[in-house]
Design a protein around this ligand. Structure first.
Ligand code: GLC
Length: 660
């Protein structure tokens, strides 16, 4: 049962799309102060799940998190905000309920940070809707929530293939080299990503003709080899006379304004930019239509970036900073001056004050950006998604975004942003997945191998052994870091095998993905969600169910050749070195130490179940569903969901095949 409570005058976020009547009664579970603050006492053993893309564990108790979309490449224990705001939690324990705080501005979730047994949620203003969900179990609460926020985005089937990306591919030659080297190493590949260097001076919807003299031909040639090119689109539009996107935006008032009605100026990769006012439907329609510049060349996938929106600096803050720095550095720079100096420089990027300086035009009313900040990225992806439905009505286009709010899950996937080549970031990605699934983000994954810093071969192998289960499976890294295409490593055959195993598992992963989306369920679940009465399951923070048959327990520690695994029930351990070389062993419920050599993928099949696996193929287009064999408990069956992988409505071509 879902109840909706309204406080003040909330901005319509479009997160919830089902009409729910407002409840007049008192908000249950929380004490409110009438100023946007909500307090709930937690019992010692209550668990708090949710908050989507956030740091720390699956159980969110013990830290303060802030819903404020932020371009933050430091995903650390002390981080409070990342790129998305997913304000949905489930409290499980003496009382079990779900709560969604539908608020587009800054909102703090103090979950036992100030006081161990107190959860305090504070919105900047008392203008929000709170939804309270009572249900039989965590899974039931999630399902009810998902039913009111609408069906999750389904990408084309090819998006389940492996993708290679790197910020640093400069021209056509670089792209061709990646394709050729993957091919000659015998590693399957479905996509190569174009980062900002394909554009002319980082201008959206332009192609640098010197670097990419004939992108249309390149797209075609690549597609003939089964590879899709996926360009990036950034939120900021470069200010440049003669650039059509800039000029049309200025002429039609499509950009965000500052208080005196001028177009607001921030700086990002292209230098000075204006930000499209994505909250204005006319802007969305106009910007979305621009994607056709690239779809006309054969492009069928995009990643939307820098859409928190990221702001490296604003000119007035930069001027103030420079002036202050001159003052600070003119005399003897002591401790106070030094810290003020470094703090001011570091504080330029994503400065909260800059988001108070611009406005959106919503039905003729000027709305301050900081009051609706968390909706910006969602509306950028919405702009693309809705336009592409008109431009390419016959097919699905791949979209994923960096920034999001609940509701964005209907328009695209998300990736987990600029992680680092750190062992701890394997676990961090994994711990975010169930929380993201709770909020409808099913098509997701992280930068495999790590984006920032230098990766190593062993880290990459372990990372692949985890990421090969995530719907979005992309190797991406930052300019200047060690190159991490799989053919860069000595032991190419081991990494190649992991990709082949991914391709063997694609029928299963796609089928479980469809089931999760079509039935409003979670593809990635904490094991406690399936074993709610088991205390050990509740304590297990580094294992997940993937669909209904598989449990993963990846190795994420440097030099570890195994790990402890907790089995809430008997399961079949599967150990694979190659896609066609596996050993299985039945293990009883309980704690086990499981060996896992660096080149070995270890995962588990649940009792009485089996998983379909096919012959790997060089890309998804060549996957042969007739080669599927069931691996797992004998006499078990599997219900395979399959569609044509491209029609916008999967139900039109959905087949449910019973395999035994
Ligand atoms: C941002 C993105 C990253 C991209 C880079 C350059 O940091 O998160 O993925 O490579 O910008 O476009």
């Amino acid at each position: 049962m879902i109840k909706k409570y309204i406080f003040g005058n909330p901005f319509p976020t479009d997160a919830v799309i089902k009409d729910i009547e407002k409840s007049e009664g008192k908000l249950p579970y929380f004490e409110t102060d009438g100023k946007g603050s909500f307090t709930c006492e937690l019992s010692e053993n209550d668990v708090v799940y949710g908050l989507g893309e956030q740091v720390r564990g699956i159980n969110k108790r013990g830290w303060e998190y802030i819903g404020w979309n932020y371009d933050n490449p430091n995903h650390q224990e002390d981080t409070r905000s990342l790129y998305g705001a997913h304000n949905f939690i489930i409290v499980q324990g003496e009382k079990t309920f779900g709560a969604f705080f539908d608020y587009a501005g800054k909102i703090v979730f103090d979950i036992g940070y100030t006081k161990r047994n107190i959860m305090n949620i504070r919105a900047d203003k008392n203008d929000l809707a709170v939804y309270i969900i009572d249900g039989e179990s965590e899974k039931d609460i999630v399902k009810q929530f998902r039913q009111i926020i609408g069906r999750s985005y389904i990408p084309p089937f090819w998006a389940f293939g492996y993708g290679q990306s790197r910020w640093g591919y400069k021209n056509e030659k670089d792209i061709k080299e990646v394709a050729e080297k993957y091919k000659s190493a015998g590693i399957p590949l479905d996509s190569i990503y174009l980062d900002i260097d394909y554009m002319e001076r980082y201008k959206d919807f332009t192609v640098d003709k010197e670097r990419f003299p004939d992108l249309e031909k390149l797209v075609r040639d690549m597609k003939n080899d089964g590879i899709h090119l996926v360009p990036i689109i950034d939120a900021g539009v470069r200010i440049e006379e003669g650039y059509d996107v800039y000029e049309e935006g200025v002429e039609n008032n499509y950009f965000c304004k500052n208080a005196d009605g001028e177009n607001f100026v921030g700086a990002v990769w292209p230098g000075r930019v204006h930000f499209p006012d994505f909250l204005n439907p006319k802007t969305r329609e106009w910007f979305g239509e621009k994607y056709s510049v690239l779809t006309k060349l054969g492009i069928d996938g995009f990643w939307n970036d820098m859409n928190e929106p990221a702001i490296f600096y604003t000119e007035d803050r930069l001027a103030e900073t420079l002036e202050k720095i001159e003052e600070l550095t003119s005399g003897n720079m002591g401790i106070d001056e030094y810290f003020t100096f470094t703090g001011m420089v570091a504080g330029l990027n994503g400065n909260k004050g800059d988001y108070d300086k611009f406005y959106h035009n919503v039905d003729g009313k000027m709305i301050k950006h900081s009051d609706v900040h968390n909706l910006y990225g969602m509306n950028m992806t919405r702009s693309a998604f809705e336009a592409l439905q008109k431009i390419e009505p016959e097919k699905r286009t791949l979209f994923f975004s960096r920034s999001s709010y609940i509701g964005a899950h209907r328009y695209g996937g998300i990736w987990q942003g600029d992680n680092k080549s750190w062992w701890s970031h394997i676990l961090q990605s994994m711990q975010q997945l169930p929380a993201l699934n709770m909020s409808g983000f099913i098509f997701t994954g992280c930068d495999t191998g790590g984006f920032g810093n230098d990766t190593t071969e062993d880290l990459m192998l372990r990372w692949l052994q985890y990421s090969l289960f995530t719907p979005l499976f992309r190797n991406h890294s930052a300019d200047g870091t060690r190159e991490q295409e799989l053919y860069q490593f000595d032991n190419v055959s081991s990494t190649a095998e992991m990709i082949k195993i991914r391709y063997s598992l694609i029928p299963y992963l796609y089928s479980e993905f469809l089931k999760a989306v079509l039935n409003d369920e979670m593809m990635f679940r904490p094991i406690a969600f399936d074993f709610p009465d088991d205390k050990n399951s509740q304590q297990t923070e580094d294992q997940l169910f993937v669909g209904n048959e598989i449990m993963i327990a990846p190795v994420y520690r440097q030099n570890a050749l195994g790990r402890y695994v907790y089995l809430p029930e008997e399961m079949m351990l599967v150990r694979m070195r190659k896609y066609n070389d596996f050993e299985t062993e039945i293990l009883p419920a309980g704690h086990h130490y499981v060996n896992a050599g660096l080149d070995e993928l270890v995962f588990f099949i649940r009792k009485g179940k089996a998983v379909p696996m096919c012959e790997p193929a060089e890309n998804t287009a060549n996957i042969d569903f007739n080669s599927i064999k069931l691996v797992g408990y004998s006499d078990s069956r599997y219900e395979l969901y399959k569609d044509n992988g491209i029609s916008p409505n999967p139900e039109e071509s959905l087949e449910i095949i019973s395999l035994s």
